[in-house]
Design a protein around this ligand. Structure first.
Ligand code: AHR
Length: 502
């Protein structure tokens, strides 16, 4: 099977915001406790943070991490996580039917972000709380000093403010499962007033308002329209979430699901444009896709805890999806979609980062390792910075049960003008045929292959475990080359690859 691709230096989608490759950490399961924080662990640093995990996160070059939730944030009192650790209260977490010792709060999380070299993206609680708690939190985090909350931060050991730029106005407020769930009118008004207060403190902060939790929500896309009618002038991003699943074990349907993601983005872009026109606004609002990933492997095993049959455990194993090789292809497809829509999707957060539906797994007291999906995320985050190219891809396609005309080859490309590289990310969705790609490269000057990484596996269900950490891992690709301005390469059946030209 053959695919022809055209890439031209001047045919671009957009400069990619680095924050497209962000991640998410919630007080949920073992994401924080025994994930990033484990004071008794042999690798723990002076803050009790696991250095083995810090090293794996650093490798990913994560630009921003959303915190502290998720559903958790909608009943969270941020003040519980400040001050002497021994005086912090243990609280019941109503979202996940667990308890939280509050040994990690804003100070500990901020120190961890500094250790891994990332920015914070903080969410305020607009579920059980509201404007007042939100404005106090912003003052605590960002005000230099001389006010009640900023002086309390200083008394708690942090002289300089953290200067966090990006703030989420609640989480998934359209979801009936959310503590303090609201309808679009109620939430839109509360979000607008909270945004107004935060902007009165600092106009330069960037605010993210809740869109739909997923595109099957009954209120989608009217939710976006109503919420934006209230908030358009005072927010910068609308948040979308989507999780992918393959419970029927049907690979061709599963691997077509990024078409649903694409439709979701395009539809919300339409709603944004509608509200912008209605308001005669000159300002733009973009999408923050601040929760996305595969999530289904652990659903059954979590049931007992979530239904409260095990009391209120602290940091139990929850949402610990063990990812397989098929999920490598899915994560590659999701990231390709974001790159191709980077004109409207400016922020993205893989959900989540450690243990909870995550690319990094840990054992309490033991090892940390890379799940299969670590790799496509790693390649995109590290090498996908620059300008997204508007490719023309011509290749045979198939119909899944839900989507028509799904190309067997799914490709995105990024031009980095600073170092002159062009990087292609490609997935072959075909179960048995190799795709020979031929890419016409125009306007980039002389390019040759400088790196080529490929992931294949004979078993779509293959996983990485603590005892077999490299079962699914990339290896050097072979046979890709440029001649006469044309890149040729082979995409084996069910494969993911990255080809870098420079
Ligand atoms: O990431 C897990 C959960 O998924 C988050 O807490 C919530 O926002 C979403 O429903």
């Amino acid at each position: 099977m053959k695919a022809t691709i055209t890439a031209h230096k001047d045919y671009t989608v957009s400069k990619i915001d680095d924050r497209l490759y962000g991640a998410f950490l919630e007080h949920l399961g073992r994401a924080i406790y025994t994930g990033i924080y484990e004071p008794d662990h042999p690798t723990a640093d002076e803050n009790g943070m696991r250095k083995d995990v810090i090293d794996l996160v650093k490798e990913l070059n994560v630009p921003v991490v959303r915190y502290p939730g998720g559903n958790f944030v909608s009943a969270y009192n941020w003040e519980d996580g400040i001050g002497p650790k021994e005086e912090r209260p243990v609280r019941l977490d109503l979202a996940w039917h667990t308890s939280d010792s509050n040994q990690v709060g804003i100070h500990e999380f901020a120190d961890w972000c500094e250790s891994v070299g990332t920015e914070m993206m903080l969410a305020v609680n607009l579920g059980s709380r509201g404007l007042d708690a939100a404005r106090n939190f912003v003052e605590y985090v960002n005000h230099p000093g001389g006010s009640y909350w900023s002086d309390l931060r200083i008394a708690n050991g942090k002289k300089e403010p953290w200067d966090v730029k990006l703030w989420c106005l609640g989480n998934e407020m359209d979801g009936p499962w959310q503590i303090g769930h609201k309808d679009a009118e109620e939430y839109g008004k509360l979000a607008a007033e909270t945004a107004k207060a935060i902007r009165a403190f600092d106009k330069s902060l960037e605010l993210v308002v809740c869109g739909s939790s997923h595109s099957n929500m009954p209120t989608y896309p009217q939710w976006e329209a109503t919420v934006l009618e209230h908030t358009y002038d005072v927010v910068d991003y609308i948040s979308l979430h989507m999780y992918f699943a393959n419970p029927e074990k049907n690979a061709s349907n599963y691997l077509a699901l990024n078409q649903k993601l694409d439709d979701y983005i395009v539809a919300v872009q339409g709603v944004i444009n509608f509200v912008k026109a209605k308001k005669r606004s000159k300002k733009d609002v973009y999408i923050s896709f601040d929760e996305w990933n595969v999530w289904y492997h652990s659903r059954q095993q979590d049931r007992k805890i979530l239904e409260g049959q095990q009391g209120w455990p602290h940091a139990p194993a929850l949402l610990e999806d063990i990812y397989n090789f098929e999920d490598v292809l899915q994560v590659g497809l999701i990231l390709n979609t974001f790159i191709r829509r980077s004109d409207v999707v400016k922020i993205g957060c893989i959900a989540q980062l450690v243990n909870v539906i995550a690319p990094i797994m840990t054992e309490k007291g033991g090892d940390a390792w890379r799940q299969t999906i670590y790799y496509p995320y790693y390649f995109a985050s590290v090498f996908g910075r620059g300008t997204a190219l508007d490719l023309r891809v011509d290749c045979p396609a198939y119909d899944s049960e839900q989507y028509q005309n799904v190309g067997y080859a799914d490709v995105s490309a990024v031009h980095n003008e600073e170092d002159g590289t062009v990087t292609l990310f490609a997935v072959n969705r075909h179960s048995s045929e190799t795709i020979e790609i031929s890419t016409l490269l125009q306007g980039f000057g002389d390019l040759k292959v400088i790196d080529h990484q490929i992931m294949t596996h004979e078993d779509l269900n293959a996983v990485n475990t603590v005892g077999n950490k490299d079962n699914v891992a990339p290896r050097k690709g072979e046979g890709a080359g440029v001649s006469g301005g044309i890149l040729t390469a082979s995409l084996p059946p069910y494969s993911y690859q990255m080809i870098r030209l420079g």
